[in-house]
Design a protein around this ligand. Structure first.
Ligand SMILES: NC(=O)c1ccc[n+]([C@@H]2O[C@H](COP(=O)([O-])OP(=O)(O)OC[C@H]3O[C@@H](n4cnc5c(N)ncnc54)[C@H](OP(=O)(O)O)[C@@H]3O)[C@@H](O)[C@H]2O)c1
Length: 244
């Protein structure tokens, strides 16, 4: 058992400034984890760290910036002694019809959702491996089913799924890899969609969302709390009334 585990496990959560990431930070902190909250919005992560108090630190980091992730890993090592859990949660969902006008969105989604998770993992991996750790990758139902307007978002999450399965086999038994694939969850995710007509349509579905970020956080916390001999590798979860 690592030194950090003796003192309470340490979870690093990317995209902890809102939605599923913030809820996961609260949930894990409530069961005794120390949490490092990473996101670009400094004010949001600092406010959450202040709310949680002891055992929570805020780190401003963009997952597309490897130097920022290396600095984050150094700080977590220095202040918490290491990382037991990395939650790759940072993501953007820039839906819309496939067209050249949206090409910046495509690059952005791949860079954040897929490459961001890959980079955070290679940066934190030595710490996670030390003493037995967990990798939680937040994918989506869109990593399993696709439809019009979600092609590149789906591609980014499909990529996360394929990469996660490879890592699962490569890192076992020291590191458990868990893929979380939510359907519609009530967060600010659709507010960033740049294609206006699409944003309005998607927002309508999110306005009546029944599943909360806290619901997802509870499931993540449950998976992490299983005994080390049991790995929950994949959880696909939808609102009870969501068909696709
Ligand atoms: N809500 C859903 O229906 C749903 C369904 C399936 C999967 N998901 C996945 O769940 C994850 C969390 O999304 P959410 O629903 O909680 O939405 P959200 O509230 O918009 O949260 C997204 C988080 O990602 C962070 N982020 C975005 N770009 C970043 C970057 N370049 N570097 C670092 N952090 C970045 C944001 O923080 P900053 O802006 O402060 O950096 C924010 O904290 C995403 O991966 C999303 O694809 C969501």
């Amino acid at each position: 058992m690592s030194q950090t585990q003796k003192q309470g496990r340490v979870a690093v959560i990317t995209g902890a400034s809102s939605g599923i990431g913030a809820a996961t930070a609260r949930s894990l902190h409530a069961v005794g984890y120390r949490v490092a909250l990473l996101a670009r919005r400094k004010d949001r992560v600092e406010a959450l760290a202040a709310e949680l108090g002891e055992g929570a630190i805020a780190i401003t980091a963009d997952v597309t910036d490897r130097d920022a992730l290396v600095a984050a890993a150094d700080r977590v090592k220095r202040e918490f002694g290491g990382t037991d859990v990395l939650v790759n949660n940072a993501g953007v969902m820039l839906l819309g019809p496939f067209a050249s006008e949206q090409r910046d969105d495509y690059r952005h989604m791949i860079e954040v959702n897929l490459l961001g998770a890959i980079t955070a993992t290679e940066v934190f991996l030595e710490q996670i491996k030390d003493g037995g750790g967990d990798l939680i990758n937040i994918s989506s139902v869109a990593g399993r089913v696709s439809g019009p307007g979600s092609g590149v978002y789906s591609a980014s999450k499909w990529g996360v799924n394929g990469w996660s399965e490879s890592l699962r086999q490569e890192l076992l038994p020291d590191v458990r890899v868990t893929l979380i694939e939510p359907g519609v969850v009530d967060t600010e995710l659709p507010t960033h969609i740049t294609h206006e007509q699409t944003r309005q349509g998607v927002q309508q579905a999110y306005d009546v969302a029944t599943v909360s970020a806290e619901d997802i956080a509870e499931v993540i916390t449950f998976a992490l709390q299983r005994p080390r001999h049991l790995a929950i590798n994949e959880i696909l979860l939808r609102p009870a009334d969501q068909a696709l």
